[in-house]
Design a protein. Structure first.
Length: 139
């Protein structure tokens, strides 16, 4: 999970740097008139070309909104997954030679097919002669 987060962060940083490099190396930003005559020509040329700043600002706002939506959605899904994994289950092991079952409490993510790790850190392997009953699973 951490590697996915780091990869996503790397892609975002790389995209930011590429866009910033494009913005800085654009010919309109690099060409600055030096004399008064050149300044008049540049101002007339800029009046001829239509400025469409509203579209670029709308696209920027939409991109930021999309970014916030994706980060929020990812964070909420991560939180709900973490919350589900840390749900405490009660496991009863019924053995053939004992009348009362042995009861353990386990986090959901620690439960495997034939073994589990309790909240206390005890590793329990279930034998083939034992019957495992799990209580607390929510569909």
């Amino acid at each position: 999970m951490l590697s996915k987060f780091l990869l996503t962060l790397t892609v975002i940083i790389a995209a930011f740097l590429v866009l910033r490099h494009r913005k800085l190396s654009s010919p309109a930003a690099a060409a600055k008139p030096r004399s008064g005559v050149d300044a008049d020509k540049a101002s007339k040329a800029s009046n001829i070309l239509p400025k469409d700043d509203s579209l670029s600002s709308d696209m920027r706002a939409a991109a930021y909104m999309f970014l916030v939506l994706m980060v929020g959605l990812g964070a909420s899904l991560y939180y709900f997954r973490w919350q589900d994994d840390h749900h405490i289950l009660t496991i009863s092991l019924h053995r053939d030679n004992q009348s009362a079952p042995v009861i353990y409490q386990v986090y959901k993510f620690q439960l495997q097919d034939r073994s589990f790790v309790t909240i206390d850190g005890t590793v329990v392997n279930v034998a083939s002669s034992e019957r495992m009953e799990v209580a607390g699973l929510i569909d």
